[in-house]
Design a protein around this ligand. Structure first.
Ligand SMILES: C[C@@H](N)C(=O)N[C@H](C)C(=O)O
Ligand SMILES: [Zn+2]
Length: 238
């Protein structure tokens, strides 16, 4: 166990850009236009009211690298107006628990994405070829990210401040991202499996195709949402 008494330092971010990118089915402007007129389907009513929290405030020891607020994502252009991350409060508590478990192993959590508005999921689906549909939630059903109940993340080493190696990059839409992928280095597979163990012990379920994606176990209780980050910001309670 690594003893941490002072403030947690941030991980060192790689200087280059080795982000996985998909061949887009249209230009960014065309994609934005194609989803502008879409209406979110009417989904079954939720059992629990939304209670989103801002992860940066809820647990400042979580480190954020919100890729969809940058061009360092599979689309190659930003789709979020700000590098913010929100989760439903019980999911945020579970993530904080995971962060504590990771620290016992000498690691921090680096969050790539959390709540995602429905329109952004619709844009993802319009952007990628059908062969990659397994990697992007279907807007006809709503992604668990749209419910504020999914998180994409990795581990970073609290001592070296390096983001750990994983069998694939974040959002790399290839078999290397599968949780059962047997290739790559033993260290990378070990880090992937440790992340899964920590997240499952904290109340999250893994996704077979993506080592970085975890669903909070109570996701079914929450509604699919299309609130913008600004709208959420106005409704947050401490
Ligand atoms: C796009 C990727 N980061 C992701 O979150 N995929 C899952 C399947 C989703 O969109 O819900
Ligand atoms: Zn995800």
């Amino acid at each position: 166990m690594v003893d941490r008494t002072g403030p947690v330092p941030a991980p060192l971010m790689a200087a280059g850009d080795d982000t996985f990118r998909v061949p887009l089915r249209a230009t960014p402007a065309m994609l934005r236009a194609s989803i502008a007129g879409l209406r979110m389907p009417v989904f079954a009513p939720a059992r629990r009211a939304a209670d989103l929290v801002d992860l940066a405030r809820f647990d400042p020891a979580l480190v954020l690298d919100i890729r969809y607020a940058t061009a360092r994502n599979f689309l190659g252009f930003p789709v979020y107006p700000a590098a913010r991350a929100f989760l439903q409060r019980p999911a945020a508590r579970a993530l904080s628990h995971a962060r504590g478990l990771a620290a016992r192993h000498g690691y921090g959590l680096l969050v790539y994405d959390a709540y995602r508005p429905w329109h952004v999921s619709a844009l993802f689906r319009h952007a990628v070829p059908e062969s990659l549909y397994d990697f992007v939630g279907d807007p006809a059903h709503g992604s668990r990210h749209n419910r504020g109940c999914a998180v994409d993340l990795t581990l970073w080493d609290l001592t070296t401040r390096q983001v750990v190696p994983m069998p694939s990059g974040f959002d790399e839409m290839t078999p290397r991202a599968h949780v059962g992928y047997v290739g790559g280095s033993a260290r990378a597979r070990g880090c992937r499996d440790l992340l899964a163990t920590i997240m499952q012990a904290s109340g999250f379920e893994p996704l077979a195709e993506e080592w970085w994606h975890f669903d909070f176990r109570d996701w079914r209780d929450y509604a699919v949402m299309d609130l913008s980050f600004d709208e959420i910001g106005r409704t947050l309670t401490p």
